[in-house]
Design a protein. Structure first.
Length: 126
């Protein structure tokens, strides 16, 4: 969510997509926190800020940061899927991974990055 807020300062033409991405991440965070509390675990507070891989000072660098965030989200949610047998959590993680992969594909398309999609989201690329 932090990176979407940062990107909103630089990405005017895709403001609706930035807001949609931020809202999706916020909803996923809230759902995950509720799930953790229901299971008797106290969620950790978020880190003060996410450091993008490169400085964000333009629309292009903001979109690159959003691509990185969605790629990181895919890795994180794939890790959840690989480490739990809880079917409800696995479904939630799969939904989160799929949503992040779709958003990442949209941002790669906006940036003109190829390939547009990643064959196995959440796995090492390269």
């Amino acid at each position: 969510m932090w990176t979407y807020g940062l990107a909103s300062a630089f990405v005017d033409q895709q403001a609706a997509a930035v807001a949609e991405g931020a809202n999706a991440h916020r909803a996923r965070r809230d759902t995950t926190e509720r799930w953790l509390r229901d299971k008797g675990t106290q969620p950790r507070p978020p880190a003060p800020a996410y450091l993008p891989p490169q400085p964000v000072d333009s629309a292009a660098s903001a979109i690159a940061a959003l691509i990185a965030v969605e790629t990181d989200a895919c890795v994180a949610w794939r890790g959840v899927m690989e480490r739990t047998d809880d079917q409800t959590l696995r479904k939630s993680a799969l939904d989160a991974l799929t949503s992040a992969a779709v958003r990442g594909t949209r941002w790669r398309k906006t940036a003109g990055v190829t390939p547009l999609s990643i064959a196995l989201p959440g796995t090492a690329v390269g």
